[in-house]
Ligand binder design. Structure first.
Ligand SMILES: [Zn+2]
Length: 106
């Protein structure tokens, strides 16, 4: 996340969710395989940037990540790292558990 902060011009980043134990992950509707349950993911809000702009800048930066998910209804960007680094970019418009589409969509 320090690399994300740096590439976004050292803007403050608020982490709204990071590690979730299995009970918490289930309570928030996270899938069992969630990277949050492994401590590999964070949901972030970046000061002065919309979630869409945040995701777009990360996608276009060349930064290595596993999954980047624009979660429009929650107003956050989910980003996960190792062990996999698939560079997947997706949008989830609905609530947790709803359909996830490839690419960034407003
Ligand atoms: Zn997340």
């Amino acid at each position: 996340l320090e690399k994300v902060r740096s590439l976004l011009g050292d803007r403050p980043i608020t982490v709204t969710s990071a590690y979730r134990n299995p009970a918490v992950n289930a309570a928030v509707g996270g899938v069992k395989t969630s990277d949050h349950a492994q401590g590999h993911a964070a949901d972030i809000v970046v000061a002065g940037l919309s979630p869409y702009e945040t995701a777009k800048r990360i996608r276009d930066s060349g930064l290595k990540f596993d999954q980047l998910i624009l979660e429009t209804s929650r107003g956050v960007v989910h980003i996960s790292f190792a062990p996999r680094m698939r560079q997947q970019v997706m949008t989830q418009a609905g609530k947790a558990g709803s359909e996830i589409r490839q690419g960034l969509w407003l």
